[in-house]
Design a protein around this ligand. Structure first.
Ligand SMILES: NC(=O)c1ccc[n+]([C@@H]2O[C@H](COP(=O)([O-])OP(=O)(O)OC[C@H]3O[C@@H](n4cnc5c(N)ncnc54)[C@H](OP(=O)(O)O)[C@@H]3O)[C@@H](O)[C@H]2O)c1
Length: 271
């Protein structure tokens, strides 16, 4: 794979996206960093500039399809984007004893984790296919490999990302565009700070960024880590579903509900 020089990352204001931006930052690269929290995003941008990278930021909500199309296109005007990392995402789930997820939270997470990914990737596809080069990376999760009783909607959004990435990979390869699916296990970020659960194989955000960067440089179809968790879940998928469900229920897990709801600006337009 040619070395990516122009890189767009969503969710760059925190966690994995932030660590990836810092890992990519060097004088040979220019970064388009997307996030919502302008102050945190600028702090990441400054840290990347200090490492010699040229950086511009876009404070935009991934749910805003038209704003995303405009900002992704704008990022490509400066110089063609070699790599787009659709990373922005949120988590939601159930606390022990809670039976059902809040329908508003469920719709909020689908809007960000699924539609937000489409809003990031779609504007990049045509430009990359036209010049027959480019790399699209989508951040899924181990939770996208098998549904978990503590976070039904989160698992469903990540499963959608996995299948979308697999489909895109086949569709875009003949046009010279590579697609990678990133499947992280537990990574230390503000997202996992809110999670009460046993987190086997948890890695730091810097370690995650290193693994992701190496996988992307290889052009890997799937970048999953840690591998023992990845293969354990794949093995579990071959067991009778009720047995897996029973094992999963034995774990004491609390996944806080997201505060995200459908995009306020769209709701205002509708009313
Ligand atoms: N941490 C893990 O263990 C883990 C494991 C598997 C997969 N993942 C996935 O990795 C990705 C990054 O997670 P993380 O752990 O780094 O979480 P994080 O620290 O909470 O960061 C999430 C990022 O997504 C951005 N974001 C959220 N909603 C957005 C929206 N509507 N519009 C634009 N940006 C938005 C946030 O921006 P602002 O803060 O600026 O709003 C932030 O930069 C997610 O897709 C997550 O599902 C994480």
């Amino acid at each position: 794979m040619a070395r990516a020089k122009r890189i767009l990352i969503t969710g760059a204001s925190s966690g994995i996206g932030r660590a990836l931006a810092l890992r990519y930052a060097d004088p040979s690269r220019s970064l388009a960093l997307f996030g919502r929290d302008a102050a945190r995003l600028e702090a990441v941008a400054d840290a990347c500039r200090a490492k010699g990278a040229a950086v511009e930021t876009a404070s935009v909500d991934v749910r805003d399809r038209h704003a995303m199309a405009a900002r992704v296109a704008q990022a490509g005007e400066r110089e063609p984007v070699d790599l787009v990392v659709a990373n922005a995402g949120v988590a939601t789930g159930l606390s022990p004893g809670q039976i059902a997820e809040d329908p508003e939270a469920v719709r909020g997470i689908f809007a960000i984790n699924v539609l937000g990914v489409l809003n990031t990737v779609e504007p990049a596809i045509a430009a990359m296919c036209a010049r027959r080069s480019g790399h699209i990376a989508l951040v899924g999760s181990m939770a996208g490999l098998r549904g978990l009783p503590y976070s039904p909607a989160y698992c469903a959004t990540k499963a959608a990302v996995h299948l979308y990435a697999d489909s895109l990979r086949g569709a875009l390869a003949p046009h010279g565009v590579n697609v990678s699916l990133i499947v992280p296990g537990f990574v230390t970020t503000p997202m996992t700070e809110r999670l009460e659960a046993w987190q086997p194989g948890r890695v730091s955000d810097e370690r995650a960024a290193e693994i992701i960067l190496r996988g992307l440089e290889r052009g890997a179809a799937v970048i999953a880590f840690p591998l023992f968790v990845y293969y354990a879940i794949r093995l579990f998928r071959n067991l009778p579903p009720r047995i897996v469900d029973a094992v999963m229920r034995r774990f004491d897990v609390s996944v806080p509900q997201t505060h995200e709801r459908e995009q306020p600006s769209l709701e205002r337009e509708r009313s």
